[in-house]
Design a protein around this ligand. Structure first.
Ligand code: DSN
Length: 413
């Protein structure tokens, strides 16, 4: 097939474009990128092999990609106030894989928040490399769904991890890095901060930074940071920076994706513009508006609210599951994901929670007024047990709102 427009791939791309425009995107880890990010990711940089690091490559012809990667590293160090960075990880999972590979040996102990309570697969889940290759233990939230640092100290003292991991996929409160440093010091562990979800808030000073407390910081670049899909690793320790570089290449990856690294560099530039601070502020206001309005309807939010971009609705008191609600909202063109909650009694496939986040809709231009409307619709769906008539009615309102505030991010088809 010589013409892309005749390929089914083109039709699926157009269909996905329409889906993104016609749906309310509430998945906390998704966002809509700037057109420069799309441009750079689709650029001729994809043609270039550059195994190694700037100035020390295993291929010729790297003079320009060296400039791009060096610039990306400098920009990232500036934003997060760190001395060393690696911008080659293909994803957040790859970043965590390399960080652990740099710090410890297979069989050593790691400890993160339980996946069921908001941790991440790569923080020690038994079905992931982190739980299969390392001896993994979990710490747990308090009964209110909060990090309880005395409790974590106790759990860490008992388990004695070599790496303590902080940073989460479904935790809506501020993380106290000073308390985590204290716990890590007490048990003689490295502190690994995975800031994938909150890196945009940290970059703009709206959440405390782990820099100066964590030995190693990992992140994705596509969530609140609003860049291309990918990962990064940062540290202030020269000894660890060398180990991290070796752990990425040749340890766990081959050639870096220079088209993605260029897009990361552009993302880091955009993060330093004043509009990015305004955007992050609005993310917080929007998440709070969602949380307050849902609680106004009598719904339970885990931990009682949110300090960041996401919140977790508890469905423990309802007969339908997180999966039921996710599917019902999807029929009304509201995209969310089901999530386990602390004290979960259902399977991870079904769950008793729904995670929602504000980054993507904030990019779309939505403010508190729209968040209140959306919270009303979600509450309607819940209180009416996902009744098909109610869901159909919500779908009509969603279509109207998407029409009134279209996605003005660049379109490429
Ligand atoms: N799966 C991502 C999330 O949705 O939070 C984290 O990797």
């Amino acid at each position: 097939m010589s013409n892309l427009s005749q390929s089914p791939i083109w039709a699926w791309l157009k269909a996905e474009q329409n889906r993104q425009n016609d749906h309310l995107e509430l998945i906390a880890s998704e966002n809509y990128v700037h057109e420069d990010i799309l441009k750079l990711q689709g650029s001729i940089l994809t043609n270039k092999y550059a195994e190694g690091y700037p100035g020390k490559r295993y291929y010729g012809g790297c003079q320009y990609v060296d400039c791009i990667e060096t610039y990306a590293i400098e920009q990232l160090c500036q934003i997060f106030n760190v001395s060393y960075a690696n911008v080659q990880p293909h994803s957040g999972s790859s970043a965590n894989l390399a960080a652990l590979h740099a710090l410890i040996k297979p069989g050593d102990k790691i400890m993160g928040l339980s996946l069921l309570e908001g941790g991440h697969l790569t923080h020690g889940s038994p079905v992931n490399f982190s739980g299969l290759w390392y001896t993994a233990g979990s710490y747990h939230l308090s009964s209110e769904g909060l990090l309880d640092y005395d409790l974590i100290m106790e759990q860490a003292m008992q388990f004695q991890p070599k790496v303590l991991i902080a940073g989460y996929s479904a935790y809506s409160r501020t993380i106290d890095w000073v308390a985590f440093r204290k716990i890590a010091d007490q048990v003689g562990a490295y502190l690994l901060a995975d800031i994938s979800h909150i890196s945009g808030l940290i970059a703009t000073g709206l959440h405390p930074s782990p820099a100066g407390y964590a030995d190693v910081i990992t992140s994705t670049t596509h969530k609140t940071l609003r860049g291309p899909r990918g990962g990064v690793i940062m540290t202030n320790r020269e000894d660890l920076s060398k180990k991290i570089n070796s752990a990425i290449f040749p340890g766990t990856q081959g050639g870096p994706l220079l088209h993605v690294i260029a897009a990361k560099a552009r993302c880091f530039e955009l993060c330093q513009e004043s509009t990015f601070f305004t955007y992050q502020k609005q993310i917080l206001l929007n998440a709070q508006a969602l949380s307050e309005r849902l609680q106004h309807h009598g719904l339970k939010i885990i931990s009682g609210g949110t300090d960041n971009h996401l919140l977790l609705i508890s469905l423990a008191d309802f007969e339908f599951t997180g999966l039921d609600l996710q599917r019902a909202l999807e029929r009304a063109n509201i995209t969310t994901n089901r999530n386990t909650i602390p004290g979960e009694k259902r399977s991870p496939q079904l769950t008793s929670g729904l995670r929602i986040g504000s980054p993507a809709l904030t990019t779309r231009g939505f403010k508190e007024k729209e968040m209140v409307m959306i919270a009303d619709w979600i509450a309607d769906a819940i209180k009416n047990n996902c009744d098909p008539m109610v869901i159909a009615d919500i779908g009509v309102k969603v279509a109207q709102l998407c029409h009134e505030i279209p996605l003005t991010r660049p379109w490429f088809v």
